[in-house]
Design a binder for this molecule. Structure first.
Ligand code: PMT
Length: 397
């Protein structure tokens, strides 16, 4: 791990965990980073600026009027702005755009990636208002670490503890290193289910929530790509900075995907596209006590068509399987002319539809098979993108 020459702006807010950020500062400096500290007024009730000045060897900033335009200058030179510990108060201020002191003004003005490390009492953290504010920040593309569960400084047991320093440092390193590695790439992602109508009221569909595809889109954008997300109906919000095109039927998805793929350098197709559709009745189908037969027509295979047209683009498909998962995945890789297939074994606990985690195996064109452990869909997305970049590097060497 090397942070040599990297500039980190570290914001300390009023939590008892602020003392842990003294050691965090020291460890970041040991890894080669240059750390500049900003403290809120409340943070100074827990720990003095002198402590941080001594550890960082640099002046600590506490006041917006300390120096003209200091907030702009501080941000201009930073690679990352981390708030650790972050209180419910600063998360709330960020979510509503309040800028009434140096810390909150820096956050509103920040053009650099922001990492939030919450630490607070578990009742506060789990309060729906705090959770809502947290979600707002995440929707805006801000990285938020999950606090740890355990004994808290206030004597409570619960979720709200400042994460282990090693985990924070891993996250900082990952964010700094991955900041720009997809710059210049134009990525097309598909997500969610399709809906095939039966009549004006009814449709058939599947259980895809869109979480896997949206995680891919968010991660790709965070890592510097221009992202187009073609999405079936989901309850998810448009991720920050992403061009989302909404579709319902497989046929509509195909119509949007083909021209978008032409403008892309990479396609990652995680949507659960319905393999069939049926003729839609123009009126509500009435029950009449008789058995009904549904005649299904096979939908076009969007991925296969993209495979035909892919040229030198990288094309990644998914395979949702319940038996012979690896063999079926390999078959899809070949049949659809993919560079990589992400195999989702739907029998695995915590994997596949609806959940926030996934467990996948990635197979590439060269026959390399990599199995990932059960991790968050965001982390799966990061690892898929790492693999895509590996393929790109191999292709150009
Ligand atoms: O959305 P979530 O709730 O987070 O769930 C994630 C997921 C389980 C949907 C996702 O991880 C996943 O496995 N997506 C692929 C689901 C699927 O439909 O797999 P498939 O094996 O039927 O299709 C293979 C590939 O062909 C997929 O890339 C699919 O997008 C594509 N396809 C399929 C049919 C079709 N007519 N056109 C296609 O392009």
């Amino acid at each position: 791990m090397n942070l040599k020459g990297k500039k980190i702006l570290l914001g300390i807010t009023g939590s008892i965990a602020s003392y842990k950020s003294v050691e965090l500062t020291r460890r970041l400096i040991d890894l080669g980073a240059e750390v500049t500290i900003v403290m809120t007024k409340a943070a100074q009730s827990f720990i003095t600026p002198l402590t941080f000045e001594t550890v960082s060897g640099k002046r600590v900033f506490t006041d917006i009027n300390q120096e003209p335009l200091s907030h702009i200058a501080l941000l201009e030179s930073a690679d990352l702005f981390m708030i650790a510990p972050a209180t419910a108060n600063i998360i709330g201020k960020m979510a509503s755009g309040v800028a009434d002191d140096l810390m909150s003004t820096l956050l509103v003005a920040s053009p650099v990636p922001v990492l939030i490390v919450p630490a607070m009492n578990s009742n506060m953290y789990e309060n729906p208002v705090v959770q809502r504010n947290r979600d707002i920040l995440e929707e805006r593309g801000i990285e938020i670490m999950e606090p740890e569960t355990g004994k808290l400084a206030c004597g409570y047991e619960g979720t709200g503890r400042f994460p282990d320093l090693k985990i924070i440092i891993d996250k900082v390193t990952e964010m700094i290193q991955k900041g720009e590695d997809l710059k210049g790439e134009n990525i097309l992602v598909t997500a969610g289910p399709t809906r095939e109508p039966l009549d004006p009221l009814r449709f058939f569909s599947n259980r895809s929530s869109g979480k896997m595809g949206y995680s891919l889109a968010k991660v790709a954008r965070r890592r510097g790509a221009e992202v187009t997300l073609i999405s079936g109906p989901t309850a998810l919000k448009i991720p920050f900075g992403i061009n989302r095109i909404d579709v319902e039927r497989a046929e509509e998805m195909m119509k949007e995907c083909l021209p978008a793929f032409e403008k892309s350098t990479i396609g990652i197709m995680s949507a659960a596209v319905s393999d069939w559709s049926t003729d839609m009745s123009p009126h509500k189908i009435k029950k009449d006590g008789k058995e009904r037969v549904l005649r299904l027509r096979e939908n076009p295979d969007i991925l296969q068509e993209m495979g035909r047209r892919k040229g030198d683009r990288i094309l990644v498909g998914f395979a949702a399987e319940t038996e012979n998962v690896i063999e079926n995945g390999k078959k899809k890789l070949i049949e659809k002319n993919l560079d990589m297939v992400v195999v989702n074994d739907l029998r695995e606990e915590g994997a596949g539809f609806e959940v926030d985690t996934n467990k996948v195996t990635v197979i590439d064109r060269k026959g390399n098979i990599t199995e990932f452990p059960l991790i968050s869909k965001i982390e799966v997305a990061n690892r898929i993108i790492d693999k895509v970049l590996e393929l790109k590097r191999m292709a150009s060497s």
